[in-house]
Design a protein around this ligand. Structure first.
Ligand code: FUL
Length: 470
């Protein structure tokens, strides 16, 4: 899954002639200390030990920063969060389904992708599957000839968004559920339809729910088979679940990634989908510095108390400030924000939700437009700490710090501090991991100069520090 970066021989080839001459190479300690390091000026070099790095799909996924989650189905019409599978398909009848409206709202929030619940735990399929009649085919909507998944992917493409799908393995309607071999074939057939008939998907989202089916039996899922199918049919999609393999759950649905958040994790910590326990949750929240796989965290959270739309929650839509805070505690902690917005029975997003999405973007753009510093480099090393002085031209009241590592090379920073003025100046902010992005709001402080201090696992990488004024 993960890349192992350049191998040792390649690093030596790149560095060898320039820095050391071939003779000295065999005596090098690991991590590599070059004469350049020792002198205090540290060029950025590839680490010698293989650390996990993102695949192209994982990188693209992370750089999208925000995706919208769209929970829609029979629950929208029964006012429930989990259907029991006995719902009549005739309930599903949105009056003005408009997936383009979802996509426009997503764009206005700055989201780059959307993920639709093609099937939730109740088993109702939003596309005309051949695996069951419990689908849009049996509903009055568009005379039984509708296909929500089709309208969804078409709308994504029309608005320049990537499309992802959620297909619940837990199925409280399908008669084969619990009859493990038979249902696994059904589930594979459903996924095959979704992965072959709707163009390119960027993410396939698996939750671990594993309750009882209509006959009271539990199902034993076949994840290796399922993941292999996704790899084969959608090689560019990332696979989400609490056990990966590409993207991990962040461990809660409150919208909060760990303050320490490694994109690497020990694969043994979450051995299978649905593994539970405090250790599992801690691992999902924070990852592990010495993790063997690159598996960044996705923060899924709803704009409302529930995942599905309930009229009773129309006055409980998260406020703009709350959404901005979610961005800071997810994207701003090296995670990705998967923000759920549920269509109403009309098949459109509620106007309140639409307004809040646009409001969040306006607020974030406002904060991020007042940049006074953008500086990249490594710094000089003293006692294992790299220090870099950064001037703030003309001085400014700084309220926001924004740090980034070049994560295509993996994640390396294990501690950072930003000081005002000089190397012994007051600490404005400090933390552990940086990764893709670390955003930190601070009390407005007037500064002419800052000092960035960083500590690394193995080798220094050029951290970008941006700062924004009041
Ligand atoms: C969970 C489900 O049980 C919830 O209903 C919701 O879909 C959430 C995103 O995933 O596993």
């Amino acid at each position: 899954m993960h890349h192992h970066g350049v191998d040792r021989r390649e690093v030596l080839r790149r560095l060898g002639s320039a820095a050391l001459g071939m003779a000295g190479l065999s005596a090098l300690p690991s991590p590599l200390i070059t004469p350049a390091f020792a002198s205090g000026h540290v060029p950025w070099v590839d680490t010698l030990r293989a650390r996990p790095r993102p695949t192209r799909a994982q990188l693209a996924w992370q750089r999208d920063e925000i995706a919208l989650f769209v929970h829609f189905g029979v629950n929208t019409f029964t006012d429930r969060e989990w259907g029991d599978g006995s719902e009549s398909p005739s309930l599903f009848n949105p009056t003005q389904l408009d997936a383009r409206q979802w996509a426009r709202a997503a764009r206005s929030a700055g989201a780059k992708a959307m993920i639709l619940t093609a099937k939730h735990h109740d088993g109702f399929c939003l596309w005309p599957t051949l695996t069951t009649s419990h689908s849009v085919v049996s509903s009055p909507w568009r005379g039984g000839r509708g296909d929500v998944v089709r309208e969804f992917v078409d709308a994504c493409r029309a608005e320049g968004l990537k499309a992802g799908l959620y297909c619940s393995p837990w199925d409280r309607n399908h008669p084969a559920y619990g009859d493990s071999a038979r249902y696994n074939d059904v589930y594979i057939a459903q996924l095959t339809e979704l992965l072959t008939q709707y163009g390119e998907l960027n993410e396939v989202w698996f939750d671990g729910a594993n309750g009882e089916g209509p006959n009271g039996k539990r199902q034993v899922y076949d994840w290796p088979r399922t993941w292999a199918l996704v790899r084969k049919l959608q090689p560019n999609a990332v696979i989400f679940s609490d056990a990966g393999p590409d993207v991990r759950w962040i461990g809660n649905e409150r919208g909060v990634a760990g303050e320490t958040c490694w994109s690497t994790i020990r694969s043994s910590a979450v051995p299978y989908i649905g593994a539970s326990g405090d250790d599992v949750i801690a691992a999902l929240q924070q990852g592990h510095a010495d993790g063997d796989v690159w598996r960044p965290g996705e923060t899924d959270v709803s704009i409302r108390p529930g995942w599905f739309h309930h009229e009773a929650e129309d006055a409980k839509v998260r406020a703009v400030d709350n959404l901005v805070e979610l961005y800071f505690t997810s994207v701003g902690r090296n995670s990705k924000l998967l923000l759920n917005v549920p269509p109403t029975r009309t098949g459109r997003f509620h106007e309140t939700d639409v307004a809040r999405l646009a409001g969040m973007r306006t607020a974030l753009d406002g904060l991020l437009s007042k940049r006074v510093v953008s500086d990249r480099g490594v710094g000089r090393v003293e006692g294992g700490v790299y220090r870099r002085a950064i001037s703030v031209p003309g001085g400014a009241q700084v309220v926001l710090l924004d740090l980034a590592e070049p994560i295509e090379q993996g994640q390396h920073v294990r501690a950072w501090r930003v000081r005002a003025d000089t190397a012994d100046g007051p600490v404005l902010a400090a933390g552990t991991t940086i990764g893709y992005r670390q955003l930190r709001r601070i009390a407005a402080t007037s500064v002419k100069r800052m000092v960035l201090e960083t500590e690394y696992l193995e080798a220094p990488v050029p951290v970008t520090l941006r700062a924004y004024r009041v």
